[in-house]
Design a protein. Structure first.
Length: 506
């Protein structure tokens, strides 16, 4: 029972986190669903669309979206609580006074997490998860034998520290992109992980987005007879704050006085600004409003730390324990621990190799043409990345059309991105082919590139695809492309005026 105490204790933490995260995401999704209903009643285009919106009221997507917090925040809190439990038991001799000091320090952390505004469910993560893991660890931890105690303790730690140093030395701002391109998208298993992430991540992301980061926001302006009402509505719509009816719950309530505006959130006055300042700097004012209503800054930071530290450690612990258990069927615990440590080190280095190989093939601009025709798909991807980084015209290289039929997702993804910088008419048809790609990442990048090209004639096609798409992430990129092309979500349906005139282009 006690041999894998650390794994069982972490499973308790992950289970508790998953339950909290499912509830958290579900409540957030319900709030978003209400926002979408208000916007739809007012005639606005909504993202996610009517195909995805019903899933916001279901527990299944909330549970799957909650996995993001389980494997980031939950992993981080569980690892932290496990370290505290081990330290208190092994190093501090279960001293009650020292435990009280540790608990006091953690209470300060909980207060800091709520510094921008108290959140019951956020507090629950930081209180319930560590306590559950700590209690389980104290209950299940085994008594260490006297012989070679410290050697056995260091056996699993040394490879973990070595891998941490090596991976940290490799890390840069392209790390996550390289993991996606050269580690996940290069094999069927990784592609399934990537598909899952992009299918459900926006359900979770909605939880801690600031207002500025949200695709659509609703607002109500009063009095309705204000002299600058039309101009005020136009500015707010330009920044995706959509005016709706007085009976709707809104993200922003705007009280328009003669020379000033009062901005409220959930009935609370957040800021007051003069009419002149708002007209001169609306983006700055709305960003300030978003920052002042953001309660999730520390929570986002904790989730990021969980992703960078907690998840890798969680993965290491599970792999180490599994291998050690297998080796333990043939050898004694000391030898099986050493073998497990060696295998984990080898696995960690093996996972790093595709990233190193991909990065080592940086293509200078003068060799792009040659690299685009290389036999290695990684070399071709590097060439496409060089095209993007150097803002080169891909239409000058005839070989790019062969990539449309590539079986390698990263190649089609970077082709779609490179086509966004093209201004040659012949490349437009290639981008439209990628818009029908079977892989969502490629489709999203094709939408992004359509926005960059600046051709307003494509607006009607993008609008149609938003309403028929069944992938939230693709809709999100399509909406951003519309906004980049100058379209505004004006809330006027074509049938209400001229059916031949596109909404947003009045």
């Amino acid at each position: 029972m006690s041999r894998a105490w650390h794994v069982k204790a972490m499973m308790v933490g992950l289970g508790v986190t998953q339950a909290l995260a499912t509830l958290h995401v579900y409540l957030s999704d319900r709030a978003l669903f209400s926002t979408l209903q208000s916007a739809r009643r007012a005639g606005y285009l909504t993202v996610p669309n009517e195909i995805i919106a019903p899933t916001l009221t279901q527990w299944g997507p909330a549970c799957l979206g909650g996995c993001f917090f389980t494997l980031t925040l939950g992993a981080g809190l569980s690892v932290f609580a496990l370290v505290i439990a081990w330290t208190w038991i092994r190093l501090l001799g279960r001293h009650t006074g020292r435990l009280a000091v540790l608990a006091g320090c953690w209470a300060v952390v909980v207060v800091m997490v709520n510094a921008a505004g108290f959140s019951l469910i956020v507090s629950a993560y930081f209180l319930i998860v560590p306590v559950a893991v700590f209690t389980a660890a104290v209950r299940w931890i085994a008594a260490e034998p006297d012989r070679n105690v410290w050697l056995r303790r260091l056996t699993p730690v040394v490879p973990l520290l070595a891998l941490s140093v090596i991976w940290t030395a490799t890390a840069d701002r392209f790390l996550f992109m390289d993991i996606r391109d050269f580690l996940l998208l290069s094999n069927p298993v990784g592609q399934k992980v990537d598909r899952f992430y992009y299918r459900y991540t926006l359900y979770a992301a909605q939880v801690f987005k600031t207002l500025e980061q949200q695709t659509l926001k609703t607002c109500y302006i009063h009095p309705r007879n204000h002299m600058h009402l039309d101009r005020l509505q136009s500015i707010l719509i330009q920044h995706d704050y959509l005016p709706v009816g007085a009976s709707d719950a809104v993200d922003v309530e705007v009280v328009a006085l003669r020379d000033s505006l009062t901005l409220k959130h959930q009935g609370r006055v957040v800021m007051q600004v003069s009419w002149a300042d708002f007209i001169a700097h609306p983006e700055q004012v709305l960003r300030g409003f978003s920052n002042n209503t953001d309660r999730y800054g520390p929570f986002r930071l904790a989730a990021l730390l969980g992703l960078l530290v907690g998840f890798p450690v969680l993965l290491y612990i599970f792999i180490f324990t599994l291998i050690q258990a297998g080796c333990g069927l043939l050898w004694d615990p000391s030898r099986s621990g050493v073998l497990a440590a060696g295998v984990c080190l080898a696995v960690g280095l093996a996972l790093l190799m595709p990233l190193r190989v991909g990065r080592s093939r940086v293509v200078p601009p003068e060799r792009v043409s040659e690299a685009l025709s290389a036999s290695s798909w990684r070399q071709r991807v590097s060439a496409l990345r060089s095209l993007v980084d150097n803002h080169m015209e891909i239409g000058r290289f005839a070989g790019y059309r062969r990539m449309l039929a590539s079986t390698h997702v990263p190649e089609r993804y970077w082709l779609a991105k490179a086509l966004g910088a093209s201004r040659m008419p012949d490349t437009f048809s290639a981008l439209m082919v990628l818009l029908d790609d079977a892989y969502p990442d490629v489709v999203s990048m094709a939408f992004f590139s359509l926005g960059r090209r600046g051709d307003k004639q494509i607006i009607s096609e993008i609008l149609n695809r938003i309403t028929t798409s069944d992938h939230w992430y693709n809709q999100w990129y399509a909406y951003r492309a519309l906004r980049a092309l100058g379209w505004k979500n004006c809330g006027t349906k074509p049938s209400e005026k001229d059916p031949n005139r596109l909404p947003g282009l009045e």
